[in-house]
Every structure is written in C-alpha cells, then in structure tokens.
Ligand binder design. Sequence first.
Ligand code: PLP
Length: 506
Amino acid sequence: MSPATPTPTLTGNRGLHIEEPLIFEQGHPDKCGVDLPEPADKPDRLGGLARSGPIGLPGLSEPEVVRHYTRLSQKNYAIDSGFYPLGSCTMKHNPRLNERLARLPGFADLHPFQPEATVQGALAVMHRLSAWLLGLTGMEAVALSPGAGAHGELCGMQAIRAALDARGDDGRRVVLVPDSAHGTNPATAALCGFRVRGIPGDARGRVDLAAFKAALDDGVAGVMLTNPNTCGLFETDILALSEAVHAAGAYFYLDGANFNAIVGRVKIADLGVDAMHINLHKTFSTPHGGGGPGAGPTVLSPALAPFAPLPYVVHDGAGYRLVEHVEGNARPFGRMKGFHGQFGVFVRALAYIMSMGRDGLHRASGDAVLNANYLLARLGEALTPSFEGPCMHEALFDDRFLKGTGVSTLDFAKAMLDEGFHPMTMYFPLVVHGAMLMEPTETESRDSLDAFCDAVLALAAKAKAGDAAFFTHAPRHTPRRRLDETRAARHPVLRWEPPAPTRAAE
Ligand SMILES: *Cc1c(COP(=O)(O)O)cnc(C)c1O
C-alpha cells in the first residue's frame, strides 16, 4: 500500500464518518416501523386493482430512518458547516430569522389553489417584494415566477423575443455573449432559438469594446452581459455598451447573479438594461446549492414590461389580486411555471431585505467587496491574481504560481478539502488558465477569512517547496478520495436495481 493511502478501518467507517448504504440496501420489505393491527377481512373497494404482491419498498424502524437521513445530511457540505468561497455563487449565511418567518403556518401551509380572499397576506408579500426589487433596480416591471437564475434568463430572453416579434422584426437571430459569461447565458440564448456569437475580453478582464461594436449589426437581437463580470470586475464601459446595443436596435440583457456586489449602489435602469434576473438565493440570502430551491425574479425595462409573463400581483381597491389572464394593454409572452414561483424563497428574501433595510443592503455590498479585496491582498502575495487592480465581490487567480511545481489547480483544490475548506470555483471563467475564483461574501468574519488565507498560503508554500505528491494524492481524509468525474458525468447511475434473488422472488 502506498504511504499516501491511510490505513483502512475494519468497518470502512472513518472515525464518526459512517459508511452509509442506500436505504434500499438497509431495509427489508417485510419489516415495518410501526405496529398496526391486521385489517379486518373486509371486501376492498379497488375493483380488483389491489396489488397482488409486495413492491419491495424498504422497511426500517424509525430510528434507522432518522439516522439514515441525518448521516446523509452530514455528507452535504454547507455554508452552515464551514467556509464556502465558491466564486459566482454568493454562498452567504442565511439568517435564521428568514427561516422562522417562512415556517409560519400562514405561509408554509398555503395551497396555490386557495381562493384569493384567503391568501391576501401571501399576495401582499409578493407585491411588497416586487416593490423592493423594482426600487433597488429602478426598473419598470418584475416577473417573480422564474425558479432560478437560468430560468430568469429564459424569461428575459423570451420577453426580448416577444418584443422583436411584436415589432415585426424577425431577422434578428444572433445574441452576443462575452467569453467570460456564465455557461447558462449561451445555453439560454440557444434554447430561445438564437445563434450565439462570442465576444473576446481585453487585457483588463473586461469586454473588448471595439470588438463588441464591430459585432453589432441588424442581425443582432441582443447581448447577454454579466456585471460585475465573472472575473469579479465591474464592466467600466457598460454605458457605452448599452448605448451601442440600443443604437443597433437590439436589447440589453444583464445577468444580475452578481448583484450582491452592487446592490444599493448602482441603479440598474441607469445602465440602460432591458432585462435582468436577480438570484434571490444569492443576493438576498436563502439556502441554495443542494440546500434549497432558488428563485430568479426578472426585472424588465419599459420597452419589455408589456411582455412580462403571467401571473403578477396587483393591488387595487378590492385588495391584492393575482392576474392570471391577459388584461389591458399587456401582451404577456406566456407563463414560466405552473403556479406562482418559489413562495418560500420570496418570504425569506423579503425578510432579509426588510431586516437589512436600504442602508443595510448598501453596507452589505460594500462589505462583500471589502472581504473579496482582503483575500486578493493577502493571497495575492503568493498566488497569481489574473488582473491588475481591486476586484468587486470575488477575487480571481490563475495557476501561474504553480508553474513548474507539478501541481494543478485541481490538485490544489483537493488538498484544500483535507484542510477542511470547500474549494473555490475552479477552471471558470475560461478566459484565464487554471482559474481559481473565490467569493467570500460579506457574512464571513475577519477570523474566518484569515483561517482560510493561512491554509491557502501554507499550501502554496508546500507546492512551491516541491512536495507535489502531497497534492497529487489528496484528498486523504474525505469519505471518498478522487472520483472518476468523467465517468460519473457520462454514465451516471441514477437507479437502484435490486440484487438478482430479490427480483426473482417478485
Ligand atoms: C449562479 C449564476 C447563474 C445561474 O443561476 P442559477 O440560479 O444557478 O440558475 C447565472 N449567471 C451567473 C453569473 C451566476 O453566478
């Protein structure tokens, strides 16, 4: 056995990290967690459709079930268990106050088909959240229903399509997407039937304005730009970009997933934006990333507002009303969801916004930028920052500092796992080699940032000292070590198959 491999235990458990078989492997179909009396022999009312044999559901006792799910939950790294500097993800603390409010029975126990008169409070929450989102962005209308950031992009691009169709402009088939864009941007444009044309970045990590202007013609429907961009930088030419887009008769989509860096400081409408999604689950807290659902409300300019999808909430003399059908001059392009959106996320986001207040949100974006620059300054001494100057909410490094060490960005990230830190975003954005993108958010204390920096600096020193094996054998202490990620992606095993003898008995 190689010295890099820790001694296996007799059970396969490692300390209190317990190997957890699937619930199907643990349970027995003939076991039941509760004692129920045998049913009296009454004729069934299933018209002969009663099951003729067992269906093989696993039977376990209540404590076995509780342990199974508790152990599974412990395998899920979360912002509640440690520092989570995943770039472009805004993994910030989710205040427990939000959870408390979302669990109030008047919110948690609603049914989407309840009569309007009985859900006035819930509609008021949606109306008030809409007002905050419009106030913070200066935009004209908001669609609350998109279920995540990518779904919000779909909403905005559908509104752009509808606006082009309404003016009879069907020759515009191209959407410009900068090379540093999040992968969801080109995917969304393609899903809406547009052709994607990439725009290169310049040496400062921003969109190349000259290349951008050269690509604009009357075949362009719109542009999808992220600001601050995925290099963690503010697009300083954004006004010139939006003017050029509009002069060419196209629409300006802003990917607002990184709104956390500028909320309370930049009025989105002033940038000439036509549509932008807001990731409630990033900027306005609420658990995500395996911890909960998202919500991607999309704000629209006056040019796109008439095409906003159904439903939306209005308030008039009779109270709050959910508009489900075409009314007045509106020309909704359709619906994004069966019901009204991720209501539980709306409650959490509104609770967060109202407990912070306008001044608190302004302070939070300032602290988010400060924390990222703290990482950039401390780590910049040993790692290689990709671009000059201060960053916004996230700090981007590349792998030049690992040159000649035999250690890759991936190896470095695996060694961070052993040290108890969730790695940063790796190999994204694609515009720099071996990217390491770190977003600390405003909710980390200086002590937790220092603990992280100390660990990363110690690892960088070890790599530069020539101890490549330390990295290439990492992680050593995690429940699983290096996985065959390509195989997992190409041949995912999504279904449990019973072992042969059980199947034969069915
Ligand atoms: C997170 C993110 C998205 C996608 O948001 P989801 O809620 O994950 O769909 C899009 N763009 C950027 C820049 C992001 O960071």
